[in-house]
Design a binder for this molecule. Structure first.
Ligand code: NAD
Length: 414
């Protein structure tokens, strides 16, 4: 990603700024992240040697509220990628009308090469280094690629130790035992289903009996496959890093999950035909869900796709140059900043409960999530119709306008 990802974010911003007739000063402010902190993270490894990792925390914009965004551990991470992901969070939180700004962070490291103790030391030292800009009213991290509830618990504990008081509102996606949300990633999948349902309704199509194809069967793709199948869809193909399976009549998602739990991949699942992971793009279906990596839909793939609707569960799965191909082919795309916003919305609810010191019932969380997703989808769909543009552009226009309104209302300091 890196430089390409940052350029893609700026391109989306510039296009939205033009359509929204954004004030030039506000536009320039949004083209520059508010704050970028780069830290060195020296950590003693189990063999006694010291390795010095590099980490970042970026606040892209904090006008609408504290920074919000995940922490990623990845060997290819760089400052441009963190900037791009932070800016996407500014637009995502604005689009869902959450009282947050956009932030992101991470450490350039390969967690597969670290022991559990080393991973904990990396997390704690990194947290300490960026602690001056974190806090429940300043910036609230969450899990992202290669981080989970356990890492969030270490993060919260480190911040709490530094400040000498327990800070449950300082991170989200933490374990239930310390105030986490049941099924944090499941909220992302539930939000994707809400978007698919709303888009099918607008397109005059029925979910029941329609075919879905998924790339990725992880924290998002796995629960989503269950939800789509429970909604009456035939999940005809699923791919993951190990391969892909196809069954025209619909895969038994529960049996696929059991197979993945045993073997680590959908490859070799007996209830369908093996196909190559790349051939999922050629399968005729009503719904295609990329739920794995960024940048997978390039212009070639965009020409091959035989779906009517794409719901982007992954962040940045469609390359900017592929979007015009999808538009020309009348393939409707629910963009990532809307489609996968269920996770950050659940994070907002988790933070609100921590700040109130009052947990909500599970049904209250589920109902409020569904309402937020529906309202946001409707706002984007309506704007796309009014402007005569695709949903990605419309989503950015809605988001950029909200951030711009907040910047204008607060005025410029000093
Ligand atoms: P995960 O690591 O749990 O799962 C990723 C899945 O993608 C796995 O099934 C993996 O095998 C598959 N995959 C990896 N490389 C592949 C390849 N080359 N071809 C096919 N499949 C491949 O990750 P996740 O949490 O499910 O996240 C998936 C995407 O959703 C990411 O882009 C992430 O940024 C985005 N996302 C996740 C959340 C969340 O709540 N977890 C929220 C918003 C966005």
């Amino acid at each position: 990603m890196s430089a390409r990802a940052w350029k893609a974010v700026l391109d989306h911003l510039d296009e939205a700024a033009e359509l929204a007739k954004l004030d030039g000063d506000v536009h320039r402010m949004l083209r520059t992240p508010r704050r970028l902190m780069e830290v060195s993270v020296p950590v003693r490894l189990d063999d006694g040697s010291v390795e010095v990792f590099t980490g970042w925390r970026v606040h892209h914009d904090t006008t609408r509220g504290p920074g919000k965004g995940g922490i990623r551990f990845h060997p290819d991470l760089d400052a441009d990628e963190v900037k791009a992901l932070a800016a996407m969070m500014t637009f995502k939180t604005a689009l869902l009308d959450l009282p947050f700004g956009g932030a992101k962070g991470g450490v350039r490291c390969d967690p597969r090469r670290l022991s559990l103790n080393e991973l904990e030391r990396v997390t704690r030292r990194f947290t300490y280094e960026i602690s001056p800009i974190l806090g429940p009213e300043a910036d609230i991290p969450a899990p992202d690629v290669n981080t989970d509830g356990r890492v969030m618990a270490w993060l919260m504990d480190t911040l709490s130790m530094v400040q000498g008081r327990t800070l449950p509102g300082s991170v989200t996606g933490k374990p239930l035992s310390i105030g986490g949300t049941r099924n944090h990633s499941g909220a992302t999948s539930a939000g994707c289903l809400d978007c698919a349902r709303a888009a099918f309704r607008e397109l005059g199509m029925s979910l029941v009996g329609s075919r879905a194809v998924l790339q990725g069967f992880g924290k998002v793709g796995g629960p989503l496959a269950f939800l789509l199948s429970s909604a009456g869809m035939r999940v005809v193909a699923i791919s993951d890093i190990g391969g892909a399976v196809y069954n025209e009549g619909g895969l038994d998602v529960g049996a696929v999950a059991d197979h993945v739990a045993e073997t680590g991949s959908v490859a070799g699942f007996g209830g369908g035909e093996p196909i190559s992971a790349d051939s999922i793009w050629d399968i005729e279906c009503e719904l295609l869900v990329p739920a794995a990596l960024g940048g997978v839909i390039d212009t070639d793939v965009a020409e091959r796709i035989r779906a009517q609707l794409i719901v982007e569960a992954a962040n940045g799965p469609t390359r900017p140059e592929a979007q015009p191909v999808l538009d020309r082919r009348d393939i409707v795309v629910v963009p990532d900043i809307l489609a996968n916003a269920g996770g950050v919305t659940a994070s907002y609810f988790e933070w609100a409960q921590a700040q109130q010191g009052y947990p909500w019932e599970d049904q209250v969380v589920a109902e409020r999530l569904r309402q937020r997703m529906e309202h946001s989808f409707t706002a984007v769909w309506a704007r796309a119709q009014t402007l005569g543009v695709g949903m990605r552009t419309a989503a950015h226009v809605v988001a950029v306008e909200r951030v711009a309104d907040a910047i204008t209302a607060r005025g410029l300091f000093p």
